[in-house]
Design a protein around this ligand. Structure first.
Ligand SMILES: NC(=O)c1ccc[n+]([C@@H]2O[C@H](COP(=O)([O-])OP(=O)(O)OC[C@H]3O[C@@H](n4cnc5c(N)ncnc54)[C@H](OP(=O)(O)O)[C@@H]3O)[C@@H](O)[C@H]2O)c1
Length: 250
C-alpha cells in the first residue's frame, strides 16, 4: 500500500541533504526477497494515526511487534503483542515492556490539557528505561514545529494550527528533542510535515538541513510510517533530526 501511494505521488527531489533517500521501491516479489532481518519493535502510541500505520507496516515487513496503548481492547491485528500501560503513569513503567526488543518507535500523541510536559516526561522515563534494559535504537516522531522546522510547515500550519493549537505541545517537543540528543541511545528524530490523507503534487523531501525558503506542508501517514520503519530497520539517519514531507526544499 505504501509503495503504491509513493509510486502514484510525485518524484522525489535529489539534492545534497537527501543523501539517505531510498531508491524507488522494487516490485513486491523482489521487495520480499530483499527483506531486512527481522527486529522486535516496541511501538509507542500504536492506536494513533501514525501508530496504526506503523503496526501494519512493521507486520508487512515481517517484524514482531509489541504495540503500546492505554486501551484494554485496542483491536490490533493478529500477531501483535499488546502492551497496555499509560506511558505517563510512573517513571519506571517502560522497563518491563522493553525486555527483548531491538528498537523503539515513539509515536505518542497528546490529548489533554496544557501545560504540556507529556512528551518530555515520557521521553525522560523511556530513555532511562532503555539504558537500564540495554535497548539502544530509538526512532522518535516529533514533528514540524520542533526546533529549526518552526515556520516551515506551510501557510495553514504556520498561521492557524501552530499558533492556536500546537504551540504548547511543540515547546515540550523541543524539551523532548533535547533529552534525546543528550542521551546515549542510538537515536533518530523524525519531524514529519502536517499530516494529510493525500500527498499532493509537490515533490517529497527528506531533509537534515532546513534552509531559508523550505516549506514542507504535507505528508501522508503511510509515508510517515515508511520513513520511520526504514530508519528503524536500516539504521538510517543515526544521530540526526530529519524533516520530511511534500513541498519545497530551500
Ligand atoms: N497531526 C499532524 O499533522 C502532525 C504532524 C507532525 C507530527 N505530528 C506528531 O506525530 C505524533 C503522532 O501523531 P498521531 O496523530 O498518530 O498521534 P495521536 O493519534 O494523536 O496519538 C497517538 C496515541 O497517543 C496516545 N495518547 C494520546 N493522548 C495521551 C495521553 N494524554 N496520555 C497517554 N497517551 C496518550 C493515544 O493512545 P491510547 O489512547 O491508545 O493510549 C493515541 O492513540 C504526535 O506526537 C503528533 O504531535 C502530528
Amino acid at each position: 500500500m505504501v509503495g503504491r501511494q509513493l509510486r502514484r505521488g510525485p518524484r522525489r527531489a535529489h539534492h545534497a541533504p537527501d543523501r539517505t533517500l531510498d531508491p524507488p521501491r522494487p516490485a513486491p516479489s523482489l521487495a520480499r526477497r530483499a527483506r531486512a532481518p527481522s527486529m522486535k519493535l516496541l511501538i509507542l502510541g500504536a492506536t494513533g494515526t501514525i501508530g496504526r500505520e506503523l503496526v501494519h507496516g512493521a507486520l508487512e515487513r515481517g517484524h514482531p511487534v509489541t504495540a503500546q496503548t492505554r486501551q484494554g481492547q485496542p483491536g490490533f491485528p493478529a500477531g501483535v503483542t499488546p502492551a497496555v500501560f499509560d506511558p505517563a503513569s510512573t517513571p519506571d513503567i517502560f522497563c518491563p515492556h522493553l525486555r527483548g526488543h531491538d528498537a523503539v518507535i515513539y509515536a505518542l500523541g497528546f490529548r489533554g490539557r496544557a501545560p504540556v510536559r507529556f512528551f518530555s516526561e515520557t521521553t525522560r522515563s523511556l530513555l532511562a528505561a532503555m539504558q537500564a534494559m540495554g535497548v539502544r535504537r530509538l526512532v522518535a516522531i516529533t514533528g514540524v514545529g520542533a526546533g529549526e522546522t518552526r515556520g516551515h510547515g506551510g501557510f495553514l500550519y504556520e498561521h492557524l494550527i501552530y499558533p492556536f493549537f500546537t504551540q504548547a505541545i511543540y515547546a515540550d517537543k523541543d524539551r523532548q528533542e533535547e533529552l534525546i540528543r543528550a542521551s546515549d541511545t542510538d537515536w533518530t528524530i523524525l519531524r514529519p510535515a502536517p499530516f494529510r490523507s493525500a500527498p499532493g503534487r509537490e515533490p517529497f523531501h527528506v531533509l537534515t538541513d532546513v534552509r531559508t525558503g523550505t516549506r514542507l506542508s504535507r505528508v501522508t501517514p503511510p509515508e510517515v510510517a515508511r520513513v520511520s520503519l526504514d530508519c528503524a530497520e536500516k539504521g538510517l539517519h543515526r544521530g540526526e533530526a530529519v524533516f520530511f514531507g511534500h513541498g519545497v526544499a530551500g
